[in-house]
Ligand binder design. Structure first.
Ligand SMILES: [Zn+2]
Length: 376
């Protein structure tokens, strides 16, 4: 096999086309992966319409065209470079798309997520050089990637489920920062969405005692609660305004009056700052929040309140390959139950239709997947 089909974007705002291109050769420390499934994030449609270019025209974070997108590829290792020792052809893997320069102070300190050149393979990022070095996203039949990016998948974890690892890993890294575990309470702000549902499933796996979630869609919230009625409780938020905030009162009532130990904010793009502030006010004294959501508005934070209540607030982006291995192990052992996901698998030839139709979904339960082995 010397050629392959890839969905490529030739101009922002136009549909992708299926093009026949050469199968790349892996460099010495890289692998070639035959993609079996690629997760599609709802934000991709916005990104390829050149959202960033129109918001901040001087920001050069989009890949050179023609570009192959696809953030969450899973598949089978087809070939390994000459210096790859511990991964062999035939292994089932998730490819962590997080790329870094490899030689800056942060990379050399083992903190590649803090690299100033941090770039998502198959999406966008801070380095045009890295995007040229790794130009293959998962909407392609084969991709090259560094061997260090591979998460090995247990046999009982499907390619479709693992194609959701981007959201799972983002939530997992944030929840590890919070110390989610036995005896702890967690509020997931936006629990019904793609990210929030992953956080709920992980909180169950990580042993959180009380898992509280907010959302707007009551039917969706009921489905989330039904995952574990004894440990999950949900609150349908209406627009803010009434004081005292009924959401704060509800979380305090659920935590012996203390407030929650941790908040993970998973709000979708377009959510107002006030929706995030309400969740922060649900924290107990000394509580911590990690933001992985997409609120863009500036938060009206009172620094004096933050200080006197010993509140912690941190941002978090993505996750390391090591965290990916931990999730794969949990999924393989069955402690992380992925069975709630509803996979909506489409052939590569339907990529434009998939991107146009992503608003039609059952919140985070719907898992959008492209199968690049099918191009009919
Ligand atoms: Zn670096």
């Amino acid at each position: 096999m010397t050629t392959m089909i890839a969905a490529r974007l030739h101009a922002y705002g136009s549909p992708m086309t299926l093009d026949r291109i050469d199968v790349p050769e892996p460099r010495p420390t890289d692998v070639l992966v035959e993609v079996k499934a690629c997760g599609v994030v709802p934000n991709l449609a916005r990104v390829i319409s050149n959202f960033f270019g129109t918001q901040v025209p001087d920001l050069k974070i989009m890949p050179p065209l023609p570009a192959i997108f696809g953030l969450d590829p899973t598949g089978v290792v087809a070939k390994v470079g000459g210096q790859v020792r511990a991964i062999r052809p035939g292994e089932r893997v998730y490819v962590n798309p997080a790329r870094s320069c490899g030689s800056c102070r942060m990379c050399r300190s083992g903190q590649p997520l803090d690299c100033p050149q941090f770039t998502f393979q198959g999406y966008f990022g801070r380095s045009q050089d890295i995007m040229r070095d790794y130009p293959y996203g998962g909407l392609s039949q084969f991709i090259t990637a560094p061997a260090t990016a591979l998460v090995r998948l247990p046999d009982n974890v499907s390619f479709e489920a693992a194609a959701r690892f981007g959201y799972f890993g983002t939530a997992y890294a944030a929840m590890r920062k919070l110390g989610v575990g036995p005896g702890q309470s967690l509020l997931i702000n936006g629990v019904g969405g793609q990210l929030g549902l992953c956080a709920a499933l992980l909180a169950l796996a990580m042993g959180a005692t009380k898992i509280l979630g907010t959302g707007r869609n009551a039917a969706l919230l009921n489905r989330v609660k039904a995952l574990a009625p004894g440990r999950i409780d949900t609150f349908a938020v209406a627009d803010a305004g009434s004081q005292p905030d009924p959401l704060v009162a509800w979380t305090k009532a659920a935590t012996d009056g203390y407030g929650v130990d941790g908040v993970i904010d998973c709000l979708p793009p377009g959510a107002p700052a006030s929706a995030m502030m309400r969740a922060l006010h649900c924290l107990r004294r000394g509580g911590r929040a990690v933001n992985v959501g997409a609120v863009i508005e500036t938060l009206p934070i009172n620094a004096f309140w933050l200080m006197t209540n010993r509140i912690g607030l941190q941002g978090s982006v993505w996750f390391s390959t090591g965290k990916g291995e931990e999730m794969a192990a949990m999924a393989g052992a069955g402690t992380l139950d992925l069975s709630a996901l509803e996979h909506r698998v489409s052939p590569l030839s339907k990529v434009n239709e998939v991107l146009a139709g992503m608003d039609d979904r059952n919140g985070g339960f719907t898992n959008f997947v492209i199968d690049p082995t099918r191009v009919e």
